[in-house]
Design a protein around this ligand. Structure first.
Ligand code: PGA
Length: 248
């Protein structure tokens, strides 16, 4: 079966010195960690992290990828470039990119396609805003977001990771209850089951103010296969504690 996957999303945080210190502390605590672990770092630090994580049990991830293969797209980073640094995962469609960079469902689906073609596992983020939840649209929103990725990626869909991140829970200190998370995860699992015979292989992560105190009850839900963790992944003791919880 799937086993838990815990992914740190560093967002636009870090420095050469801070990254080195964080990773040194993480690597020192990995002996008891049995779950899969990864950190998604700003692209300028991929070379540094590629070298620091080499041979370790922490996989390297990126936070975004271009929809284009190469060429005149100033500021963009291609999937093949990520591959040069042994990037294993790439977040696509994070709500901050949907919100601040206008990424549509179709754009997110193309990014997932680029990652898959380069042998990188896309971590496809879906999630509703508070207004959408209050209007009873949660299921419709996450299903629409995932449907675009299923449509564009056909039989490869069993190779993706999905992250359910309610927008109202990200960085807010508000977490979905375990029941709320499980409900949406089950909806997403059913949608994947309708698209592939291998839906059981797809890890569905929860993200949104997951921390060392609430991780255990979220991870206990049958369809919560791990976490996508922002703020708490920047503190080595907190992230390690969550990795150990996920290893039980
Ligand atoms: P958070 O961020 O854990 O700080 O809420 C999660 C995310 O945005 O991936």
């Amino acid at each position: 079966m799937r086993g838990k996957l815990m992914v740190g999303n560093w967002k636009m945080n870090g420095s050469l010195a801070a990254n080195a210190s964080l990773v040194t502390d993480l690597l020192a605590g990995m002996a008891d960690v049995k779950c899969r672990a990864a950190v998604c770092v700003p692209s300028v630090y991929l070379a540094q992290m590629h070298s620091l994580l080499a041979g370790s049990s922490i996989d390297l991830g990126a936070q975004d990828v271009s929809v284009y293969a190469s060429g005149a797209y100033t500021g963009e980073v291609s999937a093949d470039m990520l591959r040069d640094f042994a990037v294993r995962y790439c977040i696509v469609g994070h709500s901050e990119r949907r919100q601040y960079h206008g990424e549509s469902d179709v754009t997110v689906a193309s990014k997932a396609q680029r990652a898959l073609a380069a042998g990188i596992t896309p971590i496809v983020c879906v999630g509703e805003s508070l207004a959408e939840r209050d209007a009873g649209q949660t299921e419709a929103v996450v299903k629409r977001q995932l449907a675009a990725v299923i449509h564009a990626n056909g039989h490869c869909i069993s190779e993706i990771v999905v992250a359910y991140e309610p927008v109202w829970a990200i960085g807010s200190g508000l977490t979905a209850t375990p029941e709320q998370a499980q409900h949406v995860h089950a909806v997403l699992r059913a949608q994947l089951q309708a698209a592939t015979a291998h839906a059981d292989r797809v890890s569905i992560l929860y993200g949104g103010s997951m921390n060392a105190a609430n991780a255990a009850e979220l991870l206990a839900q049958p369809d919560v296969d791990g976490g996508l963790i922002g703020g708490a992944a920047l503190k080595a003791p907190d992230f390690l504690s969550m990795l150990k919880t996920a290893s039980r």
